[in-house]
Design a protein around this ligand. Structure first.
Ligand code: BYC
Ligand code: FE
Ligand code: FE
Length: 490
């Protein structure tokens, strides 16, 4: 591939470095010191990031937090745990090791060596993918800004902050790519990533779900379960990218993402466990007065977060997605396990469409339906957690169950967006349609908000959530994961 004239030559290949250099102002394993211009550009972005973190990052004042920091990107020992003041967290640039023999696995460039620089003809598309990915990371930190004030435990507070610092690092990951490979335009986009803000009327975040408020901890756990999981799937497709620096960045981000999945799955699980226990003990669904969250409310939160997260996959049929694939920019989930030609021309699949008031399958070209392909894998993954949560209900002797609503419920994007689909998949007429009854009501949110009283005593948990079975990094559950600032304890 030719050097892009607008960007100049790409940074020197870094070789299979895996140790992270912490003596630098910006910790990295990409030999930043070997590229003075890039290093200076990133060093001038760094204070803007820190300003943003101080203004729109976690609002609860703390002294320090028991956080993990990456020390090496290799298989073993990449994480180091210690109490650190959050503003001194070592955000940095970590790429998975380079495989010098890596080739592009799909599309028209299949079999060619992976690109170490941006192919000029795909520059705009690649930049757009990186900007969209980068935009979501700080958005989620903004959405979760005030949750510390109402944490159900110090253990949960630590997990929130761990997620927040890592989403901050994911922003660094995309900003590095923009600075290193996209020249002036890339640097401008990096600035914009701090200027758009979640929910801002004039300058919102790019994707819908990232402008919704994360109002309380139930919503946080649903967000980390459903929306971070979209992150996992999107990163999984970008990890396949023919643009090797993007692929290597995403591979390492996925390792961090696993903890975010854990926070969501176990957070909802523990909420459901407490709910089930209170339902069984008191023989009623109405457990507000016992300090629990009724199952119906949990279901409505689930309906909301699931449906807005499905919108993040874009339209089922998308020429963008087909072009990304054919060009080698964005692959499929587990591309290497697919037993086909990895080009997909002339192949078809079924997709659901709404016709004459019914949901019916229709055959479409596979290449046009890659967003749907990814969404299918995501939906399948989402259903596992629901099964686990239902086991908790079953073991408590409660008959009621949670469910994933139909994929067409409450959709703003794609084939269902012009129709009214109930959570059980009936196509409903305009008259009598009221999605609101399946979504969190004002009363639901008020009830949940009333339960969100902070519990800052080590080892204690708010009334609405069960304690976890284990602590973090083999520490006890009652460990001093966070030292709050004096003013937070007042
Ligand atoms: N809201 O062709 P279509 C994460 C736009 S989460 C608003 O169907 P395409 C994280 C679309 O941009 C992962 N707009 O879409 C999680 C397009 O606009 P243009 C984030 C939307 O391009 C938790 C138009 O509608 N990463 O990491 O095939 C915490 C036509 O759409 C929405 C990525 O998403 C929406 N929901 O697919 C922290 C990966 N959906 O071009 C972090 C990068 C679509 O007409 N992004 N639109 O102006 C992509 O791969 C694709 O852009 C999308 C959309 C999958 C998002
Ligand atoms: Fe992320
Ligand atoms: Fe995440």
């Amino acid at each position: 591939m030719a050097t892009d004239p607008r960007t100049g030559p790409a940074p020197a290949p870094t070789g299979p470095l895996s140790a992270i250099d912490y003596s630098e102002r910006i910790p990295n394993n990409v030999n930043l010191a070997g590229d003075r211009r890039l290093q200076r550009a990133l060093e001038s972005w760094q204070p803007k990031f820190l300003d943003w973190w101080k203004t729109l990052g976690p609002a609860l004042p703390t002294q320090d937090v028991y956080l993990r920091t990456a020390i090496a990107v290799g298989r073993d020992g990449w994480a180091h745990f210690d109490h650190v003041p959050m503003t001194e967290y070592r955000w940095g640039i970590f790429l998975a090791e380079r495989d010098p023999d890596r080739t592009i696995a799909f599309g028209t460039h299949q079999g060619e060596p992976a690109w170490q620089e941006v192919p000029g003809e795909y520059r705009a598309e690649l930049q757009r993918l990186i900007v969209i990915q980068g935009d979501t990371e700080p958005a989620s930190v903004e959405q979760q800004r005030v949750l510390g004030m109402t944490a159900p435990s110090i253990y949960d507070l630590r997990n929130l902050f761990q997620v927040n610092v890592e989403e901050g690092r994911h922003l660094w990951a995309m900003v590095y790519l923009l600075h290193a490979y996209f020249g002036r335009e890339g640097r401008e986009e990096a600035e914009q990533l701090l200027k758009r803000n979640s929910g801002d009327f004039d300058n919102p975040r790019i994707l819908g779900a990232f402008n919704e408020a994360t109002t309380d901890w139930l919503s946080f756990f649903m967000f980390t379960y459903f929306t971070d999981r979209d992150g996992k799937y999107q990163l999984g497709t970008l990890k396949e990218s023919g643009f090797d620096p993007l692929a290597r960045t995403c591979e390492f981000m996925l390792k961090e993402e696993a903890h975010h999945m854990f926070v969501g799955t176990t957070g909802v699980q523990r909420t459901v466990e407490r709910t089930a226990e209170l339902m069984a003990t008191h023989g009623t669904d109405d457990i507000w007065r016992y300090g629990g969250i009724p199952l119906g409310v949990i279901q409505r939160y689930l309906n909301f977060h699931y449906s807005v997260s499905l919108d993040l996959f874009g339209s089922e049929q998308s020429t963008n997605a087909g072009n990304y694939y054919t060009s080698g920019l964005k692959g499929r989930w587990q591309e290497d396990r697919r037993r086909d030609d990895h080009v997909l021309i002339g192949q078809n699949r079924d997709m659901n469409v709404v016709r004459d008031g019914r949901i019916v399958p229709q055959e479409v070209p596979l290449l046009s339906a890659l967003n749907l392909d990814l969404r299918d894998a995501y939906i399948n993954d989402c259903s596992h957690g629901v099964k686990r949560w239902n086991k908790a209900l079953e073991s408590a002797g409660v008959d009621a169950r949670l469910m994933l609503p139909h994929e067409g419920f409450n959709r703003r994007v794609g084939a269902y967006s012009r129709h009214h689909i109930s959570p059980t998949g009936e196509v409903l007429a305009e008259s009598g349609w009221d999605a609101a009854r399946w979504l969190p009501t004002e009363d639901d949110r008020r009830g949940v908000a009333a339960l969100m009283k902070p519990e800052y005593e080590y080892g204690k948990f708010a009334s609405w959530i069960a304690p976890p079975p284990f602590g973090i990094n083999d520490q006890p559950v009652e460990f001093d994961y966070v030292h709050l600032a004096e003013e937070s304890l007042a």
